[in-house]
Design a protein around this ligand. Structure first.
Ligand SMILES: Nc1ncnc2c1ncn2[C@@H]1O[C@H](COP(=O)(O)OP(=O)(O)OP(=O)(O)O)[C@@H](O)[C@H]1O
Ligand SMILES: [Mg+2]
Length: 331
């Protein structure tokens, strides 16, 4: 496989609490995205998905502290000065933010927002940039794209603004797209269209995509590999087929059991809720909610153990395979 485009290693993000204490929102995350690959990040609310994405772009909330390494095409970008980071964001990485209010500038026309990167970072002329922008709007299913270019964000519905934000991120011709819940607000047909567009761009242009969503259905249709996060840590990773088809961590199993199955009502939500920042349980953070927890689970934080090439789980109990035998670690 080609070298990763994005490589995150040992990423820690601490956020200041009201009392001034620094609380860990991301606690030692490793992940990699290769050119042309779609990596999905799953996990309940508060698991640190957005903070991981924002750290990658240097857009964390004020006062946040980071540790670890984030390399883009082999170059360390964690801790780069703002000016250099802005240039990375303009040229190489684009983001579709979870909060749609921040995605578009309210005072700039759609045309300006979709053509600025093309004109200034890629040297595309005004007319050609407008053509490319109209084409993108058409691909995200904005009716009458040419007329839409002359309009302003407030003239569109929320769902349309989200689609324009996706077009605007892609208009920068990034090599990496970070999309945080990009299709959550959209109806299923539009959502399917956007997923097809991303799939085509990764095949045709080698676009790498880091997609964050609660929606395991979206991930199963588009992601090559998955990272499952809980309380700021990766608890399971592997190919999408392996992770969703034969989950090895009780948390991943819990997320799948909580899904409605083919319209029936067999869904079993995970009991309890994820811990608040600063109240992460000792040992395996999931143990208070885990039906398979044993005494040792409250001790050390379980490491992410490789159980097969490209496949790892942070549950040494591994109740789904052999209930009494710890996972065998393969190098
Ligand atoms: N600006 C902030 N200041 C302090 N804490 C924050 C801030 N933003 C998020 N947090 C906390 O950081 C932790 C991780 O949040 P994050 O937004 O990364 O979660 P998430 O996995 O993206 O969740 P969701 O699925 O709800 O988007 C949570 O406990 C959250 O409450
Ligand atoms: Mg989030």
């Amino acid at each position: 496989m080609s070298a990763p485009l994005l490589e995150v290693e040992g990423l820690r993000v601490r956020l200041p609490s009201r009392s001034g204490a620094m609380l860990p929102a991301v606690d030692g995350v490793d992940l990699a995205v290769h050119p042309g690959e779609v990596l999905g990040v799953a996990g309940e609310s508060g698991s640190g998905k957005t903070m991981t994405a924002l750290a990658t772009l240097g857009l964390l909330p004020h006062g946040a502290r980071t540790e670890g390494s984030i390399r883009l095409a082999g170059r360390e970008i964690l801790g780069l000065p703002d000016k250099q980071l802005r240039s990375v964001r303009g040229r190489e990485v684009a983001m579709v933010a979870q909060d749609p209010r921040t995605a578009l500038h309210p005072m700039l026309s759609v045309e300006r927002q979709l053509t600025e990167h093309l004109r200034h970072h890629h040297g595309v002329g005004k007319k050609a940039a407008r053509e490319e922008a109209a084409e993108l709007l058409d691909q995200v299913r904005i009716p009458d794209p040419r007329a839409a270019l002359a309009r302003y964000p407030h003239e569109f519905s929320g769902g349309m603004r989200q689609r324009i934000a996706i077009a605007s991120a892609l208009a920068a011709r990034p090599s990496l797209l970070i999309a945080d819940e990009p299709t959550t607000a959209l109806d299923v047909t539009v959502q399917a269209g956007i997923l097809r567009l991303l799939d085509r761009l990764r095949r045709e242009r080698g676009l790498a995509v880091l997609i964050i969503t609660h929606d395991l259905g979206v991930l199963s249709s588009i992601a090559d590999r998955l990272v499952v996060m809980y309380a700021g840590r990766v608890v399971e990773t592997g190919s999408t087929a392996d992770v969703l088809g034969s989950p090895r961590h009780p948390y991943t199993r819990g997320l799948l059991d909580a899904l409605p199955e083919g319209g029936t009502t067999t869904m079993r939500p995970i009991p309890g809720s994820p811990p608040a920042l600063g109240a992460v349980p000792a040992g395996c953070a999931f143990h208070p909610r885990c039906a398979h927890a044993r005494e040792g689970c409250a001790g050390e934080v379980p490491p992410l153990l490789q159980i097969a090439p490209g496949r790892a789980t942070a549950c040494p109990v591994d109740p789904f395979v052999r209930p009494d035998v710890p996972v065998e670690v393969r190098a």
